[in-house]
Design a protein around this ligand. Structure first.
Ligand SMILES: Nc1ncnc2c1ncn2[C@@H]1O[C@H](COP(=O)(O)OP(=O)(O)OP(=O)(O)O)[C@@H](O)[C@H]1O
Ligand SMILES: [Mg+2]
Length: 302
């Protein structure tokens, strides 16, 4: 069962210059229930537009989006109830206190009245914002407003949580809190979709990713499979004693040596037999998400 299925979705805008911009171009992908999925791509790729359509904030021009099997276009209110969304832009209800904002959201999303106070305390404690319970939203710092937005999105324990660049511009401690929160919610069964420009973050958290550029999906799948596809197929090793005759095919790269790999097991066995106790370290290379990203998008803008 999928938490999200996007089928051939297109969204066009008319720009200020009266030109047609295809922000999302025939996008299809799906996320299985209970997964953490990364939506990646350079600035302007179409990520937030896609999130706007998943969360029923804007309508698709073409295609179908289903959240937990429910068509967003046909039943937007039912979909909204299952979702928690943290948008990219900071939007908080400035005149109200943190407690009032969360009380309102908890009520809107059906948290029973007697449970609301406790739920609010729980999420604020986890996000380290409990000390600001009675403060007005307008008086919070930027990072605290971001915490309040996350609290709003999770106070009703959504089945599916969407975070649009939750860690952009936040301090190290908040970033770690957000990671911990994402992992905890996921362990409790929440499916998570998030966007980030920090690729090491995607590597840490996601099992699968969709990479989009200029509105199109350019890669989709399990992160491990994608890394394998792009891995350089070489074995790197270091030697204690460098003054030895080398095995055929071995090349020197700085202080390391490289050997083109055809079969990891066989090649490792051949190298270790040949060099015996002379091998100081040995590893096969797996491409980083950053290398893959740059290669596929030709974009230095990560
Ligand atoms: N309401 C709109 N009217 C016109 N153009 C829009 C509108 N919303 C988005 N766009 C354009 O659609 C494209 C995709 O924007 P989007 O916000 O989805 O990108 P993104 O992938 O989220 O980028 P970022 O990483 O910078 O957040 C951009 O060129 C943007 O200018
Ligand atoms: Mg965006």
């Amino acid at each position: 069962m999928y938490s999200l299925e996007i089928k051939n979705v297109t969204k066009k805008f008319v720009t200020a210059k009266k030109e047609l911009l295809v922000a999302v171009n025939d996008v299809s992908f799906a996320i299985e229930q209970g997964k953490i999925h990364g939506l990646l791509g350079p600035n302007g790729a179409g990520k937030s537009t896609l999130i706007g359509m998943i969360s029923a904030m804007q309508a698709a021009d073409k295609g179908v989006i289903e959240v937990e099997g429910i068509d967003v276009g046909a039943r937007p209110t039912d979909v909204k109830k299952m979702l928690g969304v943290v948008p990219q832009e900071i939007v908080v209800e400035m005149p109200f206190t943190v407690e009032e904002v969360l009380y309102y959201y908890a009520g809107m999303y059906g948290v029973p009245e007697r449970e609301r106070g406790e739920r609010i305390r729980e999420v604020l404690t986890e996000l380290d914002l409990i000390g600001k319970l009675k403060d007005r939203a307008r008086n919070l710092s930027g990072g605290m407003k971001r915490r309040l937005m996350i609290a709003k999105a999770i106070v009703h324990k959504p089945k599916f949580l969407i975070l649009d660049e939750p860690t952009a511009g936040v301090d190290v401690s908040l970033r770690q809190k957000i990671w911990a929160l994402v992992r905890r919610l996921n362990a409790e069964g929440t499916t998570i979709l998030f966007t980030t420009h920090y690729l090491e973050e995607a590597e840490q958290l996601c099992e699968s990713i969709t990479l989009i550029d200029h509105g199109r999906v350019i890669k989709n799948g399990k992160l491990k499979d994608i890394q394998q596809e792009f891995s350089k197929n070489v074995i790197h090793f270091e030697l204690f004693d460098r003054a030895v005759a080398h095995m055929a095919g071995v090349i020197e790269v700085g202080s390391d040596y490289e050997f083109p790999m055809t079969d990891l097991g066989d090649d490792l066995a051949r190298l270790t037999t040949y060099y015996k106790g002379n091998i100081k370290s040995i590893r096969s290379e797996s491409a980083s998400l950053e290398q893959i990203f740059l290669k596929l998008t030709n974009s230095p803008n990560v």
